[in-house]
Write a protein that binds this ligand. Sequence first.
Ligand code: ADP
Ligand code: MG
Length: 351
Amino acid sequence: MKLSSLGEFGLIHRIQKQSPRRTPGVVIGIGDDAAALRVSANALLLATTDMLIEGVHFDLSVMDFHSLGWKSAAVNLSDIAAMGGLPRFCLTSLGIPPRVPVEHITEFYRGFNALLRAHKTGLAGGDTCSSRDHLIISVTVLGEVTKKRMISRAGARAGDRIFVTGSLGDSAAGLELLQLRNAPRTRQAPCGMRNIKSEIRNPKSAIARLVERHLRPVPRVEWGRNISLSGCASAMIDISDGLSSDLSHICEQSNVGALIYSNKIPVSPILLRAMDHLRKHPLRYALSGGEDYELLFTVPPAHVKRLQLLNIVATEIGEITRTRGLYIVDDKGREKTLKPTGYNHFARSGL
Ligand code: ADP
Ligand code: MG
């Protein structure tokens, strides 16, 4: 059987079915942002690991090593944030091809440590190997949360309101701008493309800020913590694959459906300002573009008021439904099926 017929999530499901169903101490195993492991009566150890592979997750022609280090830390810290946890320790493993000079690895760890330090998370070990062609990065972050405060993907109930932190789509737009900057002159580009190079160099421009959102995403660790300590969220996930896909993960794990409103999805002023330079409508980046690392969470109606008192930026975008399936109401009030269009490894790479 070809991997493309199963897709990334189908394969993970198969691995899950092949593994022992219940392991003592594993409170949450495969299927959430991080595993939750019982270490004492009330304390849970959170464990998450993510790989970044050159040519699949990053392209060294658009990404510098400092940003790569920062981002490698961010994707894992974000998974701990999505459980309402506090990151504590991390391990890094690298597979390095011979063409990468030592200075670049030093730069990688500068970026990596800068973000880890900001979250008081200590590097505790890892592994270093040579790789034939591609740079391979694997990061594991361990965190903690009490049993009472942990938020899984599985707690959403019909009637719960759906919220998202910050704004969506900036990272995917930033990546497209970086790719357009590097595109050969002959490639057809939207208007104003020739300005992209100079705009990227001007840190105050909307374009440079979108690029920054792609290169150096900010994991919402404090916000995730605030949400968890308030006790008002019933389910949570971080947006790594794209809103439509990550919402489908919450719905699958919670056995519910969802209805969201396109005109409520938060799109940043910088994305709107850069629209003329981009190929797609801002909403497309927000729905399908991944790597925003914002938090998507559900709140029972009785707790919505309490959420508003928290010191976080969050927008209500829809509600959880009893009927399975994802639906979106467009700007003309029409209800349509929402397909999970975010990143799925084997579907895209066609392996
Ligand atoms: P995220 O995007 O939040 O990092 P993933 O989609 O990568 O989450 O993973 C979803 C779930 O599947 C997680 O619980 C992860 O630990 C698990 N998982 C992914 N790949 C494997 C694998 N090869 N073996 C066991 N579990 C896996
Ligand atoms: Mg995640």
